[in-house]
Design a protein around this ligand. Sequence first.
Ligand code: PSV
Ligand code: MN
Ligand code: MN
Length: 393
Amino acid sequence: MTTTARDPIAAVREGLAEFTVEVPSWAYGNSGTRFKVFAQPGVPRDPYEKLADAAQVNAYTGAAPRVSLHIPWDLVDDFGKLAAHAADLGVSIGAINSNVFQDDAYMLGSLTNADPAIRAKAVAHHVQCIEVMRATGSKDLKLWLPDGLNYPGQDSLRDRQERLADSLQQIYAAMDEDHRLLLEYKFFEPYFYAMDIPDWGTSLLHCLALGERATVVLDTGHHAPNTNIEFIVAQLLRQGRLGAFDFNSRFYADDDLMVGAADPFQLFRIMHEIVEADAHLPSSRVNFMLDQCHNIEPKVQGQIRSVLNVQEAVAKALLVDREALRQAQLAGDVLGANGLLMDAYNTDVRGILGDLREEKGLQRDPIAAYRASGYQERIAAERVGGHQAGWGA
Ligand code: PSV
Ligand code: MN
Ligand code: MN
């Protein structure tokens, strides 16, 4: 029997050839905690400037060609014009995020509210987001439901699920045939006793009830400590219902830190499950998005760093000798199998990634290249009066 020798560099080159990360428009504005928002010089004053900053991330990484919008944070008069501006900058509009967490009317819930008029208002907001998708060419409607309860007995847990199912049906029915619904879950916050979509199981059940184009969003910051996130990834992939990631890192709460900063090994384990299922390929339609805020670090650089961290994790996952791993697993070779995974994780892939960038005409070190470009100094001088990431920016 002849075997062809495995070429790990070729595996990384092929695996990353079409792998992209989507960046969020809200990463470029000022942000902070509920204690303090720190203003940084040169932050965007409108969605057009957010796209310009996002385009820098794509220019230096060559791997971030889409930008998610958040409505109404990114509301403009003419979304066709905004999409054309994106195209001029070499990027396109990605997922459209709805926002039902800033309106007084939603204090006791939006899509789950006991008042039918408030539910109708929340559904209408999603229909508005679908209009934005049509105007921008976006195919993904992303819904994070902030609804929940602070006190036992405050409302009926079951009735809220029924109302939610009904509201989601209306939203799903309003979408076009080529639109997807990305349904995000979060186990706590802004409410603390019970969230109405607290976990992947609840999200998945609603997606299954809605139809094939409803898929789950896994935000890495939305789990209890020590949750085995890669298990959730594997399970959703089995069902064909992993629609997207919101990548970030957490130490304590929903910290929204740079992905791969807190636990690069976890990111690798997640990407190993992705690569095992060939879900890093565009045909899988898993949208690898960032959902981060850069409260104290420079924002464009923070986004570039995050894209690089994701690329490094994917590259390491691609280095895993899948055939040898399978053999070791089938043979019950516990330490051999674990060793194969750790060998890949412990490989320094930065040189390989630098080589691959040079092959594509990019600079080896995107952070150094961006820092040397003078863009940051230019926007700091040109832009005065930039906004906080969310509230009206
Ligand atoms: C909620 O914590 C969340 O993760 C949702 O994705 C929101 O849209 C986003 O954060 C806002 O940053
Ligand atoms: Mn999120
Ligand atoms: Mn979050």
